[in-house]
Design a protein around this ligand. Structure first.
Ligand code: ATP
Ligand code: MG
Length: 160
């Protein structure tokens, strides 16, 4: 149903700043007005939370984030940028697969199941949207979620 995505983003950022154990600095580029879209609010809230969780988890302190929310006639775009460890291009496709985690010398230094982005991708595609990553190793990452404005109806899940 219909909800204000700007408010969801603001709420997620507030929750992050209250609960994060790391020092986090956030710059925001959000619309001045509420931005209503049709979709599954609780799943999309989880999408934002998952992307923010990753941005913090895979960054050293102080964590520097830039959050951008923009609308054009066709879509709503949410970008979450960090200046963290980045992702080598050879792994960028696989990070959306279930249980995939970028292999590292010390894989268990940062805990995770490798499920967050698979969930995010699933929710976004059920809204007819897409997610892309732009990242460079050692420089940081930007995850951009695009949700179409016209195809506002949630795709019904296809139970085989
Ligand atoms: P969880 O299930 O708790 O989310 P996870 O964070 O390992 O575990 P995903 O969120 O699916 O799983 O991310 C998959 C992998 O992609 C991560 O293990 C990490 O290697 C890489 N990754 C995701 N986001 C970032 C980011 N912002 N910066 C660097 N690497 C990232
Ligand atoms: Mg994660």
């Amino acid at each position: 149903s219909r909800f204000d995505i700007r408010r969801v983003v603001e709420g997620a950022l507030q929750a992050l700043q209250v609960s994060s154990k790391k020092e986090v600095h956030i710059s925001r580029d959000l619309p001045d007005e509420p931005l209503f879209i049709v979709g599954d609010e609780s799943h999309l809230r989880n999408v934002v939370a998952n992307l923010l969780d990753n941005a913090v988890k895979y960054s050293e302190e102080p964590v520097l984030l830039h959050i951008r929310l923009k609308e054009d006639p066709e879509r709503v775009q949410l970008s979450i940028s960090d200046k963290g460890k980045g992702i080598d291009p050879v792994h960028q496709k696989q990070i959306f697969d279930m249980f995939y985690r970028v292999p590292e010398g010390n894989l268990h230094a940062v805990k995770g199941f490798g499920l967050g982005l698979a969930y995010v991708k699933q929710v976004v595609s059920r809204h007819g949207g897409e997610i892309i990553v732009r990242s460079a190793l050692g420089e940081g990452s930007t995850f951009t979620v695009s949700l179409p404005m016209k195809e506002v109806l949630l795709k019904k899940e296809n139970h085989g």
